[in-house]
Design a protein around this ligand. Structure first.
Ligand SMILES: Nc1ncnc2c1ncn2[C@@H]1O[C@H](COP(=O)(O)OP(=O)(O)OP(=O)(O)O)[C@@H](O)[C@H]1O
Length: 483
C-alpha cells in the first residue's frame, strides 16, 4: 500500500504525519491527495471518521509551501466547533511552515476578527454567516485571490436546514475568484451532488468509498423500542448500566431541541451523572468550555443537539445515544459517526417510540443495514420510572422559571438584527407566509377530499353495478328464440 510519500507529499509533510501517528493514508486520502496536488477540483465522499480532513489539509499545505501568500485558502464549515477543530489540524500539520490561520465564526468578537483578517492569514476557516457579515461590512481584507475554497460538510452547507446558509454562501461565492481549486467533502455528499457539481467544475475528481453499508463496520447499531412517556427512564437506565460496566467511558446523547437538551442535562446532573450540554442557545464561550470539559473527560456525558452531529472528532466516545429518532437518515449517519472513528469500536443506541418506526425503516434502507434490538431489563426501568419522571418535571419547571423560551425568542431577534433584518417585519413576513401555506394546505386538502369523494362515488357505482349483475344472472336472460 502506498505511503504518504508515494502520494506526492513532501518529506516535511510525511514527517508531520508520522509525528501525528498517521502511518498509512486512509482510502479517501489515497484517492484525493494526488488529484488535489494535480490541481483538480475534488468531491470526496467517505464514511464518518475516515480522515477526510487530512485529505484536504495535507495537499493544501503542500501547495501553500510552494507559493505562500495570504489569503491562500478559505475553508467553510457549518458549525463553529468544527471550524476550531479544522484549524487545529492545519496548525499541527502546518507547524514547520509557520502557518498563520484565522477562525471566523459567530458568537466571537467581530472587531478582533476583522483585525486578524486584515493581517492576511494563509488560511481562513469560517462559518458562512459570520464571514458573509465581514464581507458586507468591511473592506480591510479580500478573498479575491484565494487558491483553494474548501467546503467541509458540503451537503449541509448547501441544504436549507434550520440554519439556512444559502444567502451567505451566495455572498461568499461572489467574492471568491472563478479560477480556484474547489474541494468538497462529506460523509453524505451524494445527497446534494448535482448542486455541488456546479461548484467544482475544474476537471472534477469524484471519490466515493465503495461499500455496501454507509456506516462504519466497527459500529454496533441498536434500537430500543420505548413508549414515549417513559423514554427518560430508559435513558437513565442505559447510562447507569454503562457507567457500572465500564471504567473509562464517554457518551454523546443527541436530542431534537435545545430545550430538551437543557432539561435532560439538568436531569442527568440530578442523578449525579457528569453531564455537559451543547446547543445553540448557549453562549459561544459556554459551548467551547463544555466541549473542552467533555474532550478532557472531566465530564463523561455530552448532551447535544445536532450542532454536534457533524465532524466532531472525539476519539474517546464509545457510545452515541439518540434520545429521538432522527427524522432524516443522513442526520442519523452523522450522529452515530461521532463514535467508532478511525478504526475504533463503538455503539449507537436509538430510542424509538411507537411513532418513529417508519423513521427507523428509512434509516435502515439508506444505510443498507438492519438495526438490532437492544435488550434491557424492563423491571429495572420500572423501578426508577416515577423518580425519573418527577425529577424531569422539576427540571422543566426550573427551566420555565428561568424563562428559557423567552430567552430563545430574544436570541432569535438578536440574530435577525445581526443579519440586518427587522425582527418585527420578519415576524410579519413569516406570519403571512404561514397564512399562505395554510391556505394552500386547505386548498390541497379540499382537492384531495373532492378526489376521494369522486373515487368513492365511482367505487360505490361499481359496487352497485357488481351487485346488480349477479341479480341479473338470477333472472334468466331473455332467450332469443325464433319469433
Ligand atoms: N491516515 C490516518 N491514519 C490514522 N488515523 C487517521 C489518518 N487520517 C486521519 N486520522 C484520524 O482519524 C480521525 C478522524 O478523522 P477526520 O476527523 O478527518 O474524519 P472525517 O472523515 O472528517 O469524519 P466526519 O465525516 O465525521 O467529519 C482523526 O482523529 C484523525 O486524526
Amino acid at each position: 500500500m502506498a505511503g504518504f510519500a508515494e502520494l506526492g507529499l513532501s518529506s516535511w509533510l510525511v514527517e508531520q504525519c508520522r509525528q501525528l501517528g498517521l502511518k498509512q493514508p486512509t482510502p479517501v486520502q489515497l484517492g484525493c491527495i494526488p488529484a488535489i496536488l494535480e490541481g483538480r477540483d475534488c468531491l470526496g465522499c467517505a464514511k464518518t471518521g475516515s480522515g477526510k480532513t487530512a485529505a484536504f489539509v495535507l495537499p493544501i499545505l503542500q501547495k501553500l509551501s510552494e507559493d505562500p501568500y495570504g489569503i491562500f485558502c478559505l475553508v467553510l464549515t457549518p458549525t463553529r466547533e468544527l471550524a476550531y477543530q479544522i484549524a487545529e489540524q492545519f496548525r499541527v500539520l502546518g507547524k514547520p511552515l509557520g502557518l498563520k490561520d484565522c477562525i471566523i465564526v459567530g458568537g466571537m468578537d467581530m472587531v478582533t476578527q476583522a483585525l486578524e483578517l486584515s493581517r492576511k492569514p494563509h488560511v481562513v476557516i469560517a462559518t458562512p454567516g459570520r464571514l458573509a457579515d465581514h464581507l458586507r461590512s468591511s473592506n480591510t481584507f479580500s478573498i479575491k485571490k484565494i487558491h483553494f475554497l474548501v467546503m467541509d460538510e458540503a451537503d449541509r452547507l448547501l441544504e436549507q436546514g434550520c440554519t439556512d446558509f444559502t444567502v451567505d454562501l451566495e455572498a461568499i461565492l461572489a467574492a471568491v475568484p472563478a479560477r480556484r481549486q474547489t474541494l468538497l467533502f462529506s460523509a453524505t455528499l451524494t445527497d446534494t451532488l448535482r448542486e455541488l457539481q456546479g461548484l467544482a467544475t475544474n476537471q472534477p475528481f469524484f471519490w466515493e468509498a465503495q461499500a455496501p453499508v454507509r456506516t462504519v463496520e466497527q459500529l454496533d447499531q441498536r434500537y430500543l423500542l420505548v413508549p414515549e412517556k417513559v423514554k427518560d427512564a430508559y435513558l437513565v437506565h442505559l447510562i447507569q448500566n454503562f457507567q457500572d460496566e465500564h471504567e473509562d467511558w464517554s457518551i454523546i446523547i443527541f436530542t431534537n431541541t435545545c430545550k430538551t437538551c437543557q432539561v435532560l442535562c439538568m436531569m442527568l446532573r440530578k442523578f449525579n451523572f457528569p453531564t455537559v450540554a451543547l446547543h445553540s442557545m448557549m453562549k459561544q464561550k459556554e459551548r467551547f468550555a463544555a466541549l473542552a470539559k467533555f474532550k478532557s473527560s472531566i465530564y463523561r456525558i455530552l448532551i447535544a443537539t445536532d450542532v454536534a452531529s457533524r465532524g466532531l472528532d472525539i476519539p474517546t466516545v464509545q457510545v452515541v445515544i439518540n434520545h429521538n429518532t432522527p427524522g432524516l437518515p443522513k442526520i442519523y449517519i452523522h450522529r452515530v459517526g461521532r463514535t467508532a472513528r478511525a478504526g475504533r469500536q463503538g455503539q449507537a443506541i436509538t430510542l424509538v417510540t411507537q411513532y418513529d418506526i417508519h423513521l427507523v425503516h428509512a434509516i435502515e434502507e439508506q444505510i443498507n443495514k438492519k438495526l438490532e434490538e437492544f435488550v434491557v431489563e424492563e423491571a429495572e426501568v420500572l423501578q426508577i420510572l416515577t423518580q425519573v419522571n418527577v425529577v424531569r418535571r422539576e427540571c422543566e419547571i426550573k427551566l420555565e422559571a428561568a424563562n428559557f423560551d423567552e430567552k430563545k425568542e430574544i436570541n432569535k431577534r438578536k440574530q435577525l438584527i445581526l443579519e440586518g433584518k427587522d425582527p418585527d417585519l420578519e415576524a410579519k413576513r413569516k406570519a403571512e407566509l404561514a397564512k399562505i401555506k395554510q391556505k394552500n394546505r386547505r386548498f390541497k386538502e379540499q382537492v384531495e377530499h373532492a378526489l376521494q369523494q369522486q373515487k368513492a362515488g365511482g367505487a360505490a357505482r361499481k359496487r352497485r353495478l357488481t351487485r346488480a349483475q349477479p341479480a341479473a344472472r338470477l333472472t334468466p336472460a331473455p332467450t332469443q328464440g325464433p319469433a
